[in-house]
Design a binder for this molecule. Structure first.
Ligand SMILES: [Zn+2]
Length: 441
């Protein structure tokens, strides 16, 4: 008898959506995982003949697919979920969120808010997030505790105080992050000035220089509202995109969140500089910011990933809801049902999100040698029967609650809807304690 090779986990009897370059689907498929990597995938019979594992999971005809990549969020802001709704970005931010952050965001609250969000990410199938906020070290600790992959960066806002002092402090914190998470297999670091309307030109340039010197992703909000674009145009005589291009901060290692208000000329610049976009449809609709021109961006082959933005403006982190909104909004805004097909939308939430973060060699699809960031969805449910097309269900019928199990970096962090990496009850209790103080505002 042939000696079988030992691996750590085998998932079998599933429908494997690889999201590889030809969108190959393996029916009755299986995946073998060793350490934190996928070491093989194929037909269940072949994989089970070749490998054996302590943990072999019968997926029972469920869908096995890459974990979703949330390219823009502010995890700790789940503390403010539902605190202020039905407002424009401007009012919401200046009159509610900034004052609440000033008073209630600290090391402790940032940690518990981030950990609460990690629970939500895992439960709805997101395995990688890109975060911008304050006390990001705490967010990094929360990601490690939860076992979620994350790109974290201190949000830089230079308009409230001495900008040189603020920048020096932020770079000190960033150096600490680089040191603290140097050996982490889950957490990596980005440089994240909030926007061109809250940061000076000098700060943006210095931040980009620091990012380049350390080979880090540069993340910023861009062209989120009409008001932002008009403000910059009135002040500088050019669009925010033209401005950022002129000061030299746009290139292939730049990730711009939102990009709702773009001219055709702006889109050409973004393409030419290979800037990556994080499209956040739910936040953009809830704050009445507008609808990003995703059809035009895709036509020009700009890389677009999906993001939820923070829970205070969404108000959840369910990427399947984002997937559904992205596809439908693209259709209604262009009056063309093919602008963002189901298949394109799933690529946006997986491999294109990975490309947006510069991580496509490691995550975003199920291929030999890639990190084992995998979700399993239970399709044995009334709202997912019958099945003619898996992509159709994933975009138009599934919600985050259909994610049954979640593997990140080769570790099972959720099995049969139970989070294994930490105590969610305790986290909810802590967040409720913090929220009681916020309520007395
Ligand atoms: Zn944001």
């Amino acid at each position: 008898m042939n000696q079988k090779e030992k691996v750590d986990i085998i998932l079998y009897n599933g429908v494997v959506l690889t999201i590889n370059c030809s969108d190959e689907i393996i029916d009755y498929g299986a995946i073998a995982i060793k350490g934190n990597r996928i070491i093989n995938l194929g037909k269940s019979e072949d994989i089970r003949n070749k490998y054996q594992a302590e943990k072999e999971i019968d997926v029972n005809r469920g869908v096995i697919m890459p974990g979703l990549v949330n390219t823009h969020t502010h995890l700790a802001m789940s503390l403010f979920r539902g605190l202020a709704d039905d407002l424009s970005l401007d009012k919401w931010l200046n009159e509610h969120i900034f004052p609440a952050e000033e008073k209630f965001i600290n090391k402790d609250s940032a940690y518990w808010g981030s950990l609460l969000s990690c629970a939500e990410l895992i439960l709805s199938g997101t395995t990688t997030f890109c975060d911008m906020y304050f006390f990001e070290k705490e967010t990094g600790f929360a990601a490690e505790k939860a076992g979620v992959r994350g790109v974290i960066g201190e949000g830089i806002v230079s308009e409230f105080g001495d900008e040189n002092e603020i920048f020096a402090n932020k770079m000190e914190l960033t150096a600490e992050l680089l040191d603290k998470f140097e050996k982490s297999s889950l957490v990596s670091i980005a440089i994240e000035p909030h926007s061109c309307y809250t940061c000076s030109k000098e700060i943006l340039i210095k931040a980009k220089r620091f990012a380049d010197e350390n080979n880090l992703l540069f993340v910023t909000h861009l062209c989120e509202t009409k008001k932002e674009v008009e403000g910059i145009k009135n002040k500088l005589g050019m669009s925010p995109v033209e401005y950022l291009d002129e000061i030299g901060v746009l290139d292939e290692r730049t990730l711009a969140a939102h990009c709702v208000w773009l001219s055709d000329a702006d889109i050409d610049v973004l393409k030419k500089k290979d800037v990556k976009i994080s499209h956040c449809p739910n936040s953009n609709t809830k704050l009445a910011s507008g609808i990003a021109p995703v059809g035009k961006l895709l036509e020009k082959l700009v890389i677009v990933g999906l993001g939820t933005d923070g829970s205070a403006s969404n108000n959840n982190l369910d990427m399947f809801s984002e997937i559904s909104s992205a596809s439908k909004l693209s259709k209604v805004s262009t009056l063309n049902p093919e602008t963002l097909t189901a298949r394109k939308t799933i690529r946006m939430a997986t491999i294109n999100g990975a490309k947006a973060l510069g991580m496509e060699r490691e995550i975003g699809s199920l291929e030999i040698g890639k990190k084992a960031d995998i979700i399993i969805l239970d399709f044995n449910k009334p709202h997912l029967v019958p099945i003619y097309n898996y992509y159709s269900h994933l975009v138009y019928s599934v919600s985050g609650g259909d994610v049954q199990s979640c593997i990140i970096d080769g570790k099972i962090v959720m099995e049969e809807r139970k989070i294994l990496s930490f105590n969610v009850e305790e986290v909810m209790q802590k967040v409720n304690e913090i929220a009681r103080k916020i309520n007395v505002l």
